[in-house]
Design a protein around this ligand. Sequence first.
Ligand code: DX5
Ligand code: ZN
Length: 219
Amino acid sequence: ASPLIVAPSILAADFAHLADEVHAVEGAADWLHVDVMDNHFVPNLTIGLPVVESLRKATTIPFDCHLMIEAPDRWAVGYAEAGSYNVTFHAEAAADPVGLARDLRAAGSKAGLAIDRDTPVEPYLELLPHFDTLLIMTIKAGFGGQKFIPQLLDKVRAARRHVASGQLELRIEVDGGIADDTIAAAAEAGADAFVAGTAVYGAADPAEAVRRLRARATS
Ligand code: DX5
Ligand code: ZN
């Protein structure tokens, strides 16, 4: 496993040419971040299972599905069955997060727990042994292109301390406003997986943008 994960978010890609956009980061990126929004959990609507199923056949890059949806207990396992590497659902939306994590793992994917901007991380630390990834939003979930909120890195620090003290096998992922000028602070706070939409797909050369982000996270 690579020490650091860089996951371009296709939310910032051209949805009319999704396969081409994914091919543009293959080889440079570790995971492909797929933002699923249902216009209920967040006030925005993106893509769902049919697109994930089709895109899965067009690339070998591991999918990191980020479900910003209500009732993930009902829908998340479908994304695991569609061949996703990791499926992350929101703590604020899940009725039974531990049960759902177990179901995701049984369906063959890793399980991720996401914490939105206004949700404290402390109540969820005790659930982390059931998860493979903890996604800490560094913006309010719902839209790409927002400004990184550095104060939210306090949650990353708290989670990293907890992971280290409990010797947990868990990735800490940050999502929102990750770019050349913010990724080093997130890495220093203890994140080891980085989602970037605008910083990758807003760049003239998306693969080069991924390599540059990785270099800045490492330095
Ligand atoms: C927003 C999504 C993010 C989004 C990040 O709710 O979860 O993954 O794509 O976009 P940038 O990198 O532009 O902030
Ligand atoms: Zn996301």
